[in-house]
Design a protein around this ligand. Structure first.
Ligand SMILES: *[C@@H]1O[C@H](CO)[C@@H](O)[C@H](O)[C@H]1NC(C)=O
Ligand SMILES: *[C@@H]1O[C@H](CO)[C@@H](O)[C@H](O)[C@H]1NC(C)=O
Ligand SMILES: *[C@@H]1O[C@H](CO)[C@@H](O)[C@H](O)[C@H]1NC(C)=O
Ligand SMILES: *[C@@H]1O[C@H](CO)[C@@H](O)[C@H](O)[C@H]1NC(C)=O
Ligand SMILES: *[C@@H]1O[C@H](CO)[C@@H](O)[C@H](O)[C@H]1NC(C)=O
Ligand SMILES: CC(=O)N[C@H]1CO[C@H](CO)[C@@H](O)[C@@H]1O
Length: 460
């Protein structure tokens, strides 16, 4: 049967399946510290595993890379324990009770194990199965998910555990690593549309926190376009309508991975980077079809409702994340796209280190308008938290939570960092679940302890 005709015939009976659906307002949490382990968030567990904590993370065993290099024989097993205990059904139940509608899931490139260069790159294996299970829990709970490419091949920013390898050797902004990120993107887009466990995924984020100085991110604008094209190429191959784009390949198979190969071989609407990514993703998906038990990858007649699915929301850090004449991700958009900005006051450089200055700053935040003026809308705040540079009183933390939620809700909403942290002094005030228990964060995330908190601070 002809691939596309087969899908069209099926669609009449298909149930509605969702992708690309943006909640009215995002009230979200990050599932951080899970599939990208940041040791500072769980120092007791990390040191019990054999890791170390030091002030410069490149100087000790303080990243997944250095841990796996040090303990090659036990890393997979130790991480499997972590993956199965850090984020559980009990956590999902708690998030439902707390009214959370969105989860941003930080992922490393190594979750697609086939793109890891095992000679030089050291990462645990097996995470993808836990991702599938976690997404199923979220989907069953009605919580939507963003797949966040948080730790990029080659490391996207220096000296951070959150890139997987704490190093000043930043190599993401090269052809080789951009290409691997596109393969990752093709694989994740395919799984999202073909594995029912991924049904809760509505967005895929290209690059978490690239270097802010655009002079140090050569080729990033081209990558943005290739990222969107890769997502859309997979979707067109599946028969999912993409606004303003038509596939020029006759697909003559129900075997999706073979169809990817046909598009890679004959399409003239995608460039060679995108087509190579499709071709490289195909054999990886054949393996994942078996590992994750997703028969629809090999026979899309088994996938229901593809034509009724909608395109994913491609997502980037906003243009104002960078300076020095950055590329505008809005120029890459084809179909629905979202923008992410992160704001932490505790590192300094945003406002003077006192409560009044913090409130004056956040209450007059203009990032949503500034981005919208450049086409970067809808904007959500994909990371924020309650930490401060001073010893905050409880009274201030109530105001600080309310004022930030007010500011971020002027855009598409907010995603707190993090759903939980280990209960230790080091990681204080970063747990959403704990913050709700203590009352700083309201039980209903759309509410405020005091919705007038900003009134004395508005400057106009
Ligand atoms: C990872 O970090 C090590 C140092 O810990 C460094 O030698 C290596 O080049 C880094 N790899 C990448 C891809 O940055
Ligand atoms: C589907 O196509 C792939 C090539 O991409 C091939 O390896 C696989 O055997 C095919 N599967 C089936 C069930 O025909
Ligand atoms: C694509 O082209 C390559 C090289 O000519 C060929 O080996 C492969 O079978 C083709 N794939 C498909 C799916 O047509
Ligand atoms: C916060 O309080 C702790 C202990 O009470 C103290 O050691 C520290 O210096 C204080 N920090 C600031 C920034 O005031
Ligand atoms: C809410 O905040 C405003 C502004 O600071 C204040 O005037 C008002 O008294 C507060 N309301 C409550 C119930 O605390
Ligand atoms: C959850 C948490 O750690 N809350 C703490 C935040 O900071 C205030 C003030 O320092 C503490 O009182 C809370 O216990």
């Amino acid at each position: 049967m002809h691939f596309l005709l087969g899908l069209a015939a099926l669609s009449a009976f298909a149930q509605t399946a969702f992708a690309g659906y943006l909640p009215d307002k995002i009230y979200g949490v990050n599932i951080g510290g899970w599939l990208v382990l940041e040791p500072w968030m769980l120092p007791a567990e990390w040191t019990a595993m054999g890791g170390q904590i030091c002030s410069d993370c490149s100087e000790c065993i303080m990243s997944e890379w250095s841990y796996t290099k040090t303990y090659p024989d036990i890393a997979n097993e130790e991480f499997a324990k972590h993956w199965s205990t850090w984020f559980t059904q009990a956590d999902v139940n708690q998030l439902v009770e707390d009214g959370i509608n969105t989860a941003r899931i930080p992922l490393g490139f190594w979750i697609v194990e086939q793109i890891v260069n095992r000679e030089t790159e050291f990462y645990p294996e097996g995470g993808i199965v836990y991702l599938q299970q976690g997404l199923k829990m979220l989907n069953d709970a009605g919580i939507q998910a963003i797949l966040d490419h948080h730790a990029l091949p080659g490391v996207q920013t220096g000296d951070q555990s959150f890139t997987g390898n704490c190093t000043d050797n930043v190599e993401f902004y090269t052809d080789y690593n951009y290409q691997r990120a596109l393969v990752w993107t093709a694989v994740m887009t395919s799984l999202t549309h073909l594995d029912p466990n991924f049904d809760s995924v509505f967005a895929i984020e290209a690059v978490n926190e690239p270097i802010m100085d655009a002079n140090e991110t050569p080729g990033y604008g081209t990558f943005q376009k290739n990222f969107v094209d890769t997502v859309r190429a997979v979707e067109l191959t599946l028969g999912i309508p993409v606004p303003g784009m038509t596939l020029d390949t006759q697909i003559s198979t129900n075997n999706f991975t073979e169809a990817l190969g046909q598009v890679a071989n004959t399409s003239t609407i995608f460039n060679s980077n995108v087509k190579e990514a499709l071709a490289e993703a195909a054999p990886i998906l054949v393996e994942l079809a078996i590992q994750l038990a997703v028969p629809a990858i090999l026979d899309t007649n088994l996938a229901s409702g593809l034509p009724s699915r909608s395109t994913l929301v491609t997502t980037f850090m906003d243009i104002n994340w960078q300076y020095d004449n950055p590329p505008n991700p809005a120029d890459a958009a084809i179909g629905p796209q979202g923008y992410d900005n992160h704001l932490y006051y505790s590192y300094g450089g945003v406002a003077a280190a006192n409560p009044e200055a913090y409130l004056e700053s956040i209450c007059n935040l203009d990032r949503v308008q500034a981005d919208a003026a450049l086409g970067d809308t809808p904007l959500w705040f994909g990371e924020w938290g309650l930490p401060t540079q001073f010893n905050a009183t409880d009274e201030f933390l109530y105001e600080w939570a309310d004022a930030q939620k007010l500011a971020y809700s002027k855009g598409a909403g907010w995603i707190f960092w993090n759903f939980q942290v280990e209960q230790s002094e080091m990681a204080g005030n970063l747990s959403y679940i704990e913050g709700v228990k203590l009352g700083y964060l309201t039980k209903d995330p759309s509410q405020y302890n005091n919705a007038s908190v900003c009134d004395p601070y508005y400057s106009s």
